[in-house]
Design a protein around this ligand. Structure first.
Ligand SMILES: Nc1ncnc2c1ncn2[C@@H]1O[C@H](COP(=O)(O)OP(=O)(O)OP(=O)(O)O)[C@@H](O)[C@H]1O
Ligand SMILES: [Mg+2]
Length: 155
């Protein structure tokens, strides 16, 4: 048995090593999106927490979650993290939640992630419960982060 990895996790050295590779890529301006999949309780959240706890503190960490609701919160994970993002993003989100079309908001998210300063780790937990707009946001970002300093982790 291998020794406990970051956060006291057992048998997770490989995935943490892959996440650190993706982190280095994102820190160099080549964004990455990583999907952590596995059955309920296998340890997806624990891996994310172990990875985040091992970060240097220089990164901006944004953690949003989807909930097992029959009527999902519109853009729930983005609502979770918006308070830690820039004022323009917060304004665009408020406008969208008040009824403005959603595509301008996607551009605002990308612009915020690409703003000078710290790189970002954007975590979207439990995407199987996401609302349609959150899934669209992920699709939008997945094609546009090649030159953006962001690591997106989706569980
Ligand atoms: N590698 C590991 N070593 C030791 N304990 C672990 C490990 N991974 C997970 N656990 C323990 O297993 C339990 C479930 O882990 P966790 O919540 O991370 O799973 P999950 O995949 O996120 O579950 P869910 O699908 O419900 O979101 C927790 O009590 C956690 O502490
Ligand atoms: Mg979990």
């Amino acid at each position: 048995m291998s020794k406990p990895a970051e956060g006291g996790l057992l048998e997770r050295d490989d995935v943490l090593s892959q996440l650190n590779d993706a982190l280095r890529s994102a820190a160099n301006g080549v964004g990455r999106l990583v999907l952590l999949s596995g059955e309920a309780g296998v340890g997806k959240t624990s891996v994310i927490q172990g990875f985040v706890s091992g970060l240097s503190g220089r990164e901006r960490v944004l953690i949003g979650s989807c909930d097992p609701l029959t009527t999902p919160r519109p853009l729930g994970p983005l609502v979770d993290v918006a308070g830690h993002m820039g004022p323009l993003l917060k304004k665009a989100l408020d406008q969208t939640l008040a009824g403005a079309e959603v595509h301008g908001l996607f551009g605002s998210v990308l612009a915020d992630l690409n703003a000078p300063g710290r790189m970002s780790i954007l975590v979207i937990e439990d995407a199987h419960w996401a609302d349609e707009a959150t899934l669209d946001l992920l699709r939008f970002l997945a094609y546009r982060t090649e030159h953006v300093p962001v690591l997106i982790l989706v569980s």
